[in-house]
Design a protein. Structure first.
Length: 160
């Protein structure tokens, strides 16, 4: 069962003559919700939601696609650097020197105005080489995964 934390936003008009999306609902899987509460900090979930929303808006605008409703679930996300919550819980962590492999996992379903499924996307990407993490911010790899997910979602709607 997925705990839904709904973020409802009106998307920007994507292109002349294109309908405006009604809502984007972004929630967390149960296991990721627990991870936010117990380890990462709940504010990090809000940051991730903002990244997802912004990435979807850009990808949809670029492709000129839209959906009446989009339900997104953040299944998992891993930061490259410790979050504020992790730093406060574990004094031995160092924001500047503590690094890890990050990324994110998403599922999404897009619907038309009648509630019919337009597209379903399941996407995850996690860095596989710690050498590529040097110089990264807290959510660098997760943001990359978010952009790739958004592009895949837009592409799946473009073929409709």
């Amino acid at each position: 069962m997925i705990k839904q934390s709904i973020l409802t936003l009106g998307l920007l008009a994507l292109a002349a003559g294109t309908a405006q999306a009604a809502t984007i609902s972004i929630g967390y899987s149960e296991s990721f919700q627990e991870k936010l509460e117990d380890d990462l900090g709940e504010r990090e979930g809000e940051r991730l939601k903002e990244y997802v929303t912004q990435s979807l808006e850009r990808a949809f605008e670029k492709r000129g696609v839209d959906a009446a409703r989009l339900d997104v679930t953040i299944e998992d996300a891993k930061p490259n650097r410790p979050t504020f919550e992790q730093l406060s819980q574990r004094p031995g962590l160092d924001f500047g020197r503590s690094i890890s492999i990050g990324g994110a996992d998403f599922t999404a379903v897009a619907y038309d105005e009648a509630g019919n499924v337009l597209a379903e996307v399941d996407y995850d990407w996690f860095e596989n080489d710690l050498r590529d993490v040097i110089g990264s911010g807290t959510w660098s790899d997760a943001r990359r995964a978010t952009r790739q997910f958004a592009n895949r979602m837009a592409k799946s709607l473009d073929t409709q």
